[in-house]
Design a protein around this ligand. Sequence first.
Ligand SMILES: Cc1cc2nc3c(=O)[nH]c(=O)nc-3n(C[C@H](O)[C@H](O)[C@H](O)COP(=O)(O)OP(=O)(O)OC[C@H]3O[C@@H](n4cnc5c(N)ncnc54)[C@H](O)[C@@H]3O)c2cc1C
Ligand SMILES: Cc1cc2nc3c(=O)[nH]c(=O)nc-3n(C[C@H](O)[C@H](O)[C@H](O)COP(=O)(O)O)c2cc1C
Length: 768
Amino acid sequence: MGKALKIACVGGGPAGLYFSLLMKKQNPDHDITVYERNRPSDTFGWGVVFSDKTLENFADADPETKVEIINSFAHWDDIEVHFKGRMIRSGGHGFSGIRRHRLLEILQNRAAGLGVNLEYETEVESLDLLAGADLIIACDGLNSRIRADYAETFRPQIDLRTNKFVWLGTHQILDAFTFIFKETEWGWFQAHAYRFDNDTSTFIIETREDTWKKAGIDKMSQDEGIAFCEDMFADHLGGHALMSNAKHLRGNAIWINFPRVSNETWIKDNIVLMGDAAHTAHFSIGSGTKLAMEDAIALARHLDEARGGPLRDALLGYEEERKLEGIKIQSAARNSTEWFENVDRYAGFEPEQFTYSLLTRSQRVSHENLRLRDREYLEGVEKWFAKRATGKRQDTAVAPMFTPFSLRAMTLPNRVVVSPMATYSARGGLPADFHLVHLGGLAHGGAGLIFTEMTCVAADARITPHCAGLWNDAQERQWKRIVEYVHAASPARICLQIGHAGPKGSTKVPWEGTDEPLDDGNWPLIAASAVPWSEANQVPAPASRDDMDRVTAEFVATAARAEACGFDMIELHAAHGYLLSSFISPLTNNREDDYGGSLENRMRFPLEVFDAVREVWPDDKPVSIRISATDWYAGGLTPDDAVAIARLCKDRGVDLIDVSAGQTTTEAEPVYGRMFQTPFADRIRNEVGIATMAVGNIYEADHVNSIIMAGRADLAALARPHLADPCWTRHVAAELKYADQYWPVQYLSGRDQLMRNLERAEQMVQEI
Ligand SMILES: Cc1cc2nc3c(=O)[nH]c(=O)nc-3n(C[C@H](O)[C@H](O)[C@H](O)COP(=O)(O)OP(=O)(O)OC[C@H]3O[C@@H](n4cnc5c(N)ncnc54)[C@H](O)[C@@H]3O)c2cc1C
Ligand SMILES: Cc1cc2nc3c(=O)[nH]c(=O)nc-3n(C[C@H](O)[C@H](O)[C@H](O)COP(=O)(O)O)c2cc1C
């Protein structure tokens, strides 16, 4: 037991009360006071939700309060989604609800019983009053005054989200966590509702701010606004009223915009932030109270472990641990918040896909996760998706990645794509035996579509002297051999990615110095403008009209040769800072002619090239364009621009957008993570209505399945995973027991052994 401390908690919400009781349990000699400006019975909000996992944490920290909480809980497993007149229900979600008032009562009683001083109706106006305290907990909630008073130290960031929402209650009893979506003449409204005791449910209503204004709610009194909502959700309220417990607020003030709070640092001397004062998590993932109480558990533990050592070390340990957890939850909450802010993006979906997209919106619940929660639900959606993809009734469930996909007359056997990857293994642009073995091996591997590396349209269009090309007969013969092999040996289709390196040309192969100019034999470069890739690279000449005409003719000639080789599809590389990309990004295009300035002007040259290529490319074969959906840099391309770019592409007849990002400036500040570029593909697909391919850190079957099933993209491209395992698709198919996966006949005995071994391993796990 460490030294007894004098502790002041400013705020008697869940964070302050729980922390004070945990500390008092640790050492009854601690002198702890909770200052709360309200009376014990005053409280905002209705029900609070906790997952089963959170309850386990409470049991470890203080079994007594956990038992009380459990005794007051309403528990449910199912989520119900009401959309377009249909209801879809899925199970296994395991959540509990408790009235906030009851939770506070349990915590208050336990804290008082342990000897914590609870000072109600005491507003802390200045910390001077607490001068004698060893430790001050700033658990004074969302609008923390302490955080504001010491903003220079804490450096809070408050991001006020765009939707309006109101926290209401109702006596309508709901037996599942219920999401209701209503389309009105003004836009979409949605309700998030759940029961938290025997006769009450929380009923949060949310909508876009413009919809809220168009509906006139901003001009209504509180009662009128509530009556308006009762009317809208009448068919779900069973005659019950919607109730506000914020009658003291006037007019529309009960409708708020959610503030996402984070702080650079949580500590100032002996003052430490906790709960909503430190971070908030959007109500749609129901984690605010959980985070606040888990903060309390963590700080109490760090103080216990410090055993009278320097207080600051314990505070720093707490900050480090909880900040990381806060970032994780906020990142899941960000995806969820944005999903609800953009319901109209998914409004064209059928209820099956809409519900799946909703359930996986935070990217924390995955496809296989849903299978564990409710196999019957997931298999039902898998059958629905497969039926839609094949046009045929499905009696057995098939993972969405193994459904076919068509663009024009090309049909792919599955949705896995080998992303384009330069191999720098050609001489004079001539593909080598390496290319035949490499691409042939990938075709054996089972992916539905194989991309070649960026294949250059001319010798001076190459990145390095070892890049592949297609501008002469010898190259055409080699590519034809490769294409014929892929077609003969597998059902995979093969796409030629064609490009021009522009300002990133004339460099060494990466393993001799990434992006470094050649020691000798450099060739002159062109780009949209005289903007070099880096200080070390050549300054390119701004492309003249003649240059642009020549390059267009080179793209056309390469496309014509691609058809002669028998490629199934071509892609124009307009991403990653190469020539076409240099026109699109404002960071690399400062032209003053018709090809610079507005986005329409910057897109003019890439689209002229597309039109010219499309002219010579057969009508029944698709053409895609790869773009960088953001420059990840202030003043550069944004995801909004990417939507506009995709719209221009769609209008010109592009079949698919291959949605990459970045690599357009050395100054970029990308935000990496699992599937980190997929949200751009999602936006483009569902706002523009064009097929997309997602790429970037997609490396598990679970990722591919959730991307495809949720309609975030039509295809998922994997680059590096295919370098690690060219047979990625076959292996995944075996693990998912997908029987119809193509294997070369020569390898079938390998498949049979693999399947048997996987089955045996599964049996052993079950026996254990
Ligand atoms: C309007 C609203 C409704 C909500 N409803 C729900 C809900 O139904 N379900 C749910 O899960 N989550 C709800 N939340 C979120 C949830 O309340 C918080 O995430 C959680 O309560 C955080 O706990 P906390 O202890 O950090 O802060 P709080 O619970 O906000 O507690 C902070 C306390 O500090 C007191 N205080 C502030 N300043 C001072 C001062 N200077 N002196 C003395 N006392 C002070 C406040 O009165 C308050 O009691 C709601 C949030 C809001 C804003
Ligand atoms: C070795 C290597 C070479 C690449 N070459 C190309 C290329 O020629 N054309 C292209 O558009 N992208 C190229 N890329 C980018 C990939 O296609 C892909 O977008 C990126 O690697 C992210 O996917 P991943 O996380 O699955 O690897 C290359 C990536 C790697 C790793």
